[in-house]
Design a protein around this ligand. Structure first.
Ligand code: SF4
Ligand code: SF4
Length: 370
């Protein structure tokens, strides 16, 4: 929110363009009871009167606030004041609502600088990357990981990328880490969650029907290798102790069915995944990245495109080495992260530590060099 010339807030003075782009028209919408109480105590009658007036005279029509007396759409907060040099200031700066005082330039899409500040999107895989075997998140690593994500927040959008669904993320990823995320790519890129509460399915009804048909077919086969069968909105996973070996068996079977041209069979460190053809975590990340540069942090076969097609790619030490030929064929170098002192394109940088500790080393590197 734009600040007056007397503003003491160093962060805003350094970064805020004073453009008022973030000063939304419906002032009363973001006023809290505490703000109102404070204005009463301070005798700020003009603010309280404006608040009352807005509540009576501005209504929502087609998602826009309309002034009932003029019939016009309100475009900016009533308290925005134009300066002679073309910049703006808040005319109630010392008494503005708490939500305005707390706002940091670049911290959300309300701010014009949002895109400039966050020109990257980072996709972080779960199984084998943030999660250690047994789907564990080492408690002593929660705070350090959250700290590095917090350091990166001003530079990049942060998205978890997993083959699982929303309920799994809520169950397995500690709250301090989830809170740092801007959203989740779920079900190997077939759905996304922008609000971390609901899933938006990207695949269409026909693709979902195909996966359901395949599920019925595979369930009948009673594979002895299967630990359990997971079914989500649009994908299925067959959990097993030996995903790589089981993958070859399942792929061979699927390739002999009517489904072979319409589904993708892949595997992670814990399961064989089956999903509509053409989807993957990179595609999901690109769908929400809005043209930003992409950074993939991942380890498994079902992450191949995330490692291959992202602008920058990183893996923990447990990276699935069987992916090396595909990466080298596409011109990717494989380098040890500890040998790099800047981000390198066309390179997969591999940490010397595995899983969560490897992810932590990668996040530290990114926070330092992005
Ligand atoms: S009260 Fe001030 S800072 Fe808040 S939206 Fe209005 S003009 Fe902007
Ligand atoms: S949109 Fe951003 S730069 Fe413009 S006034 Fe608001 S915080 Fe400052």
């Amino acid at each position: 929110m734009p600040n007056s010339d007397q503003d003491e807030n160093k962060i805003c003075r350094k970064e805020c363009l004073r453009c008022a782009h973030c000063c939304q028209p419906y002032f009363s919408l973001y006023v809290s009871d505490q703000d109102e109480e404070q204005w009463r105590l301070e005798g700020r009658r003009e603010i309280l009167e404006r608040l009352l007036w807005e509540r009576k005279n501005i209504v929502w029509q087609d998602d826009r606030p309309v002034n009932l007396s003029t019939g016009e759409v309100e475009r900016r907060c009533h308290w925005v004041q134009k300066n002679p040099d073309g910049t703006t200031a808040c005319s109630i700066h010392n008494h503005k609502p708490k939500i305005c005082s707390d706002y940091s330039p670049g911290s959300s899409e309300l701010c014009l600088q949002y895109r400039r500040v966050r020109e990257y999107i980072i996709g972080i895989d779960l199984h084998g990357t943030l999660l250690a075997p047994g789907e564990k998140f080492d408690e002593e690593l929660v705070a350090p990981i959250a700290r590095e994500l917090d350091r990166l927040k001003g530079k990049a959008l942060l998205w978890l990328c997993t083959g699982n669904d929303l309920s799994f993320v809520d169950l397995k990823v500690p709250a301090p880490v989830r809170e740092m995320m801007d959203g989740y790519v779920l079900e190997t890129g077939c759905s996304v969650s922008r609000d971390k509460r609901t899933e938006q399915v990207l695949s269409n009804a026909e693709e979902i029907r195909t996966i359901k048909g395949l599920e019925i077919f595979l369930r009948k086969m009673n594979f002895p290798e299967l630990n359990y069968f997971a079914r989500r909105l649009t994908t299925i996973s067959m959990f097993t102790d030996q995903p790589r070996q089981f993958y070859y068996k399942v792929k061979l079977i699927v390739d002999k069915t009517e489904y072979r041209d319409r589904v993708a069979v892949t595997y992670s460190s814990v399961a064989v995944d089956l999903l509509p053809g053409g989807y993957d975590k990179f595609r999901g990340l690109s769908a929400v990245g809005d043209g930003r540069k992409t950074i993939g942090i991942a380890d498994s076969a079902n992450d191949l495109n995330l490692l291959l097609r992202s602008d920058y790619a990183f893996s923990p030490a447990n990276f699935a080495r069987e992916l090396e030929p595909a990466l080298l064929r596409e011109g990717r170098k494989i380098a040890e992260l500890s040998h790099l002192d800047s981000l390198e394109q066309n390179t997969l940088a591999v940490s010397c530590q595995s899983e969560t500790r490897g992810a932590l080393e990668i996040l530290r590197f990114l926070a330092k060099h992005l």
